[in-house]
Design a protein around this ligand. Structure first.
Ligand code: SF4
Length: 104
């Protein structure tokens, strides 16, 4: 399922930056840490994370890499948490947004 309406991308802190930062060659390297640092204060972080979770994107989205998001999906499926409940544990939303969606 693709999310329509990607206007939030205009507000990302990554806008105008070298996009290769967000697709590091190796997990956990300095490039990935730099990307995650940029994401930390991004006002659309939650929407970005949600988009990546639904669309199975690669690279850094919402301050997470694809491996981490795969683990989050597995945890959501195992625990029966909703995504909003799970996000409260791992990615405290910087803004109040509607997060209800399902994965899988
Ligand atoms: S959370 Fe990170 S990757 Fe997503 S829009 Fe913001 S800065 Fe860009």
């Amino acid at each position: 399922m693709k999310i329509r309406g990607e206007i939030w991308k205009q507000y990302g802190r990554c806008r105008g930056k070298n996009q290769s930062i967000f697709f590091p060659e190796h997990k956990g390297n300095s490039t990935e840490r730099l990307a995650k640092k940029i994401c930390e204060e991004c006002p659309v972080r939650v929407l970005c994370y949600r988009y990546a979770m639904l669309n199975e994107e690669q690279g850094i989205w919402g301050g997470t890499n694809d491996q981490e998001r795969a683990m989050h999906k597995a945890m959501i499926e195992m625990t029966g948490f909703t995504v909003p409940q799970y996000l409260q544990q791992v990615v405290p939303p910087p803004v109040e947004v509607e997060l209800n969606f399902s994965v899988g």
